[in-house]
Design a protein around this ligand. Structure first.
Ligand SMILES: *Cc1c(COP(=O)(O)O)cnc(C)c1O
Length: 399
């Protein structure tokens, strides 16, 4: 490809990619089948309120995750909020700061204090060894996050939750169709929460679900997501509107038929990145554990500025100039975002690994819109930027 030889865009060359490469481009199912499902549901004229497609989706997700109950919701954030409320969490809940801000918002929205815990810098997931020191008499629960689709240490968290009488919930927004210890993610703790947002591995446009083996909890979440209605006109508790519409379930059902295809594409891309980034000084591609089932949705690279010669933000600018919209997820960490930055000014003291990792991570594009050839070009851009780090820094300083 010509792009290999071209000058970096920041140093005066044209962008290597004519059209933008995005992170989080939706994984789309077969269009003909999708339109067929849309037609069916319009013919049925049953658009929402626990329709047959939502029921079918819930059943298939419960099977796939190996749990008794799946409760579909309008999005992952509301699913988290409803799970938190149904569990009766109050006071303080321990949660990693290195996550999408919705994990923290779902607590603060209900006047529950998120108490931020540091991560293991190797895995990027909550460090169970640091949870116990954060427990106070006000603590009611722990939320583990399976960041990047990599299961967090559910066993260690379960042991702490059990010993200290805390509820354990998981934010599994990234981890649909993944396993931990060979078991599907979805059945750990009291419940696990998925997001089916368009940018996630598996999407229903917008959507989410809670999976649980707890009959009473599932029943309670079904009430809460439907305004507390127990019957036609019998409201038994305060609720909200967390319902998933039928058209979203249709998208989900078609997506479920394509999971293997989505995984194969992402896995091919991950292998291409692993090959093409090999040997680059100061760069670390976060590995997937090949003994687990992964969805390979996140290509996560850490940049050590000392060894690489460029800081993460500089490399992001290099990539943006080439029309590669790499993202710095999840920067700067929830504890540095409002309202948490103002409310809990001391939180950062115990989060050195979070701060370091959040300053170093780049997420690169994958999915069906990206193939090995583009990945080779993209990685050669990174290689040349590191080779000419001094010039790149000068060019950036001049802009
Ligand atoms: C996407 C995401 C959410 C929120 O899900 P939505 O469906 O977008 O509301 C929650 N937690 C994490 C870790 C996420 O990535």
């Amino acid at each position: 490809m010509k792009a290999h030889k071209a000058e970096l865009a920041l140093l005066g060359g044209p962008p290597a990619f004519r059209t933008m490469l995005h992170v989080g481009r939706p994984n789309l199912p077969d269009r003909a089948r999708l339109l067929e499902r849309f037609n069916d549901l319009l013919d049925r004229n049953w658009l929402t309120n626990n329709g047959p497609l939502v029921g079918e989706l819930e059943q298939r997700v419960a099977e796939l995750t190996g749990v008794k109950h799946c409760v579909a919701m309008c999005n992952g954030t509301v699913a988290l909020e409803i799970a938190i409320r149904a569990l009766g969490l109050t006071g303080e809940v321990i949660v990693p700061s290195f996550t999408f801000v919705a994990t923290a918002h779902a607590l603060q929205w209900q006047q529950i204090t998120p108490v931020f815990c540091d991560i293991n810098p190797e895995t990027h997931t909550i460090d169970p060894a640091q949870v116990e020191a954060l427990i106070t008499p006000h603590t009611s629960g722990i939320i583990g996050v399976h960041l990047w689709g990599r299961g967090c240490d559910t066993e260690a968290l379960q042991a702490i939750a059990h010993r200290r009488g805390l509820a354990l919930l998981f934010d599994a927004a990234h981890a649909f169709a993944c396993t931990r210890g060979g078991k599907p993610i979805g059945g750990a703790g009291r419940a696990e929460v998925f997001s089916f947002h368009a940018t996630k591995f598996f999407n229903t446009f917008e959507g989410g679900a809670v999976t649980t083996n707890d009959d009473a909890l599932a029943e309670k979440m079904r009430l809460i997501k439907n305004f507390g209605f127990a019957g036609y006109d019998n409201v038994v508790e305060i609720g909200t509107n967390g319902k998933m519409p039928e058209i979203c379930a249709a998208m989900g059902l078609c997506g479920l038929d394509c999971l293997d295809e989505f995984i194969a594409t992402n896995r091919r891309n991950y292998a291409a990145y692993a090959r093409d980034l090999q040997g680059l000084r100061g760069l670390r591609l976060l590995p997937y554990d090949e003994s687990e089932k992964n969805n390979y949705q996140y290509i996560v690279v850490e940049i050590d500025p000392g060894a690489a010669g460029l800081r993460r933000d500089e490399l992001v600018k290099v990539l943006h100039a080439e029309n590669v919209l790499a993202r710095r997820y999840f920067w700067p960490g929830c504890h540095r975002m409002e309202p948490y930055r103002s409310l809990y000014q001391q939180a950062g003291r115990v989060l050195p690994a979070t701060d370091r990792v959040a300053d170093r991570v780049i997420v690169l594009p994958t999915g069906a819109a990206v193939g090995p050839e583009q990945i080779a070009t993209l990685c050669s851009i990174i290689r040349r930027a590191l080779d000419r780090a001094g010039e790149v820094r000068e060019a950036l300083a001049a802009t």
